[in-house]
Design a protein around this ligand. Structure first.
Ligand code: CUA
Length: 334
């Protein structure tokens, strides 16, 4: 029993350091929510203790009365309930009013998070991955990526949310609350990260077989690092440098891959699957399913249905040499 309690505490505390933690408070909105949550918890705990104590006292007194059968005393006791009930009513009204006011101001504060967003991006949900496009007034500065978001710390970002198929939900617990992405409609979310770090977003609305494998890597970094990342994403994809990479490039651009994926500056211009122009610079493969490394990439290319069953990436019969060449080429796209 005691070991269980210690384990639960350790788990709860380790969660506070986690990349996917609603009590992390690394974003303005999430910090506001934590404050509101703590206030609700405190008020409700006080109310709970008062009710529990009152109930215990009532039971104890009723038991004593049962021992001394005295009608007159019973009537005297019930007469004293008046002021207690009045006090209790006042306490409830004051408590509920305080919570309503706190909730109202938290909402207002959250609405003001991104009044003047410096960063604008559109996230489009697909079964089961995220398309990410950074938009600016200058169309040539559009960055197109997938399954990852980079944000400069301390700068407000406005995220326009869309869906290409079913309802999904955009959720980065460390930064903000959830927002649905609905086909045929546009919704939005505001993010104001306050601490640099690596976080994990997760689709929070059941959207089919790979719902649990629909994650998003978030990198909150200094403004200089963000600008460096942005500039590197604007570059065309790296050209294949070794013979093996060239074989992989030839396979990719002449076979099924190019019909679905885009790699900037190459004949591969498909638009129905994640953009792979800077694929190897990402932290994970297949929307957070596997950490990015050559071994995992080789596994994913050879057997996508084994790694992420139901995913729209088909398993294509290919020689081991081809899958190694593809791994070498895609692994070079930094
Ligand atoms: Cu997308 Cu659940």
């Amino acid at each position: 029993m005691r070991r269980g309690a210690v384990l639960a505490c350790a788990l709860a505390l380790s969660g506070c350091e986690g990349v996917q933690n609603a009590l992390g408070g690394q974003g303005a909105e999430s910090a506001n929510f934590i404050w509101l949550f703590t206030l609700f918890m405190a008020v409700c705990t006080v109310m709970y203790v008062i009710i529990g104590t009152g109930l215990a006292v009532a039971v104890w007194r009723r038991r004593r009365q049962a021992l001394v059968v005295d009608d007159r005393r019973h009537h005297e006791t019930s007469g004293k309930v008046g002021p207690a009930l009045a006090l209790w009513t006042i306490l409830i009204v004051v408590g509920l009013t305080a919570l309503t006011i706190a909730s109202f101001f938290t909402d207002r504060s959250n609405a003001a998070v991104a009044r003047d967003p410096r960063i604008k991006l559109t996230v489009t949900a697909n079964q089961w991955w995220w398309d990410v496009k950074y938009t600016t007034a200058d169309a040539s500065k559009t960055v197109h990526t997938a399954n990852e978001i980079h944000l400069p710390v301390g700068e407000a970002a406005e995220v326009t949310l869309k869906s290409n198929d079913v309802i999904h939900s955009f959720w980065i617990p460390n930064l903000a609350g959830k927002q649905d992405l609905i086909p045929g409609r546009t919704t939005d979310a505001q993010l104001l990260p306050r601490k640099t770090g690596l976080y994990r977003g997760q689709c929070a609305e059941f959207c089919g077989v790979d719902h649990a494998l629909m994650a998003l890597d978030i990198t909150v970094e200094s403004k200089a690092d963000f600008q460096r990342w942005y500039a590197s994403q604007l570059q065309p994809a790296a050209a294949p440098a070794s013979p093996e990479q060239r074989t992989g490039f030839a396979y990719f651009t002449s076979r099924e891959c190019a019909g679905c994926h885009n790699i900037s500056g190459t004949p591969a211009s498909g638009q129905v699957a994640p953009d792979l122009s800077h694929f190897a610079s990402r932290r994970s493969i297949a929307a957070g399913t596997l950490p990015m490394n050559d071994a995992n990439l080789h596994k994913w290319i050879g057997d996508p249905q084994g790694v992420k069953p139901g995913s729209h990436m088909p398993t294509i019969a290919m020689s081991d040499a081809d899958s190694r060449a593809l791994t070498a080429y895609l692994g070079s796209l930094r």
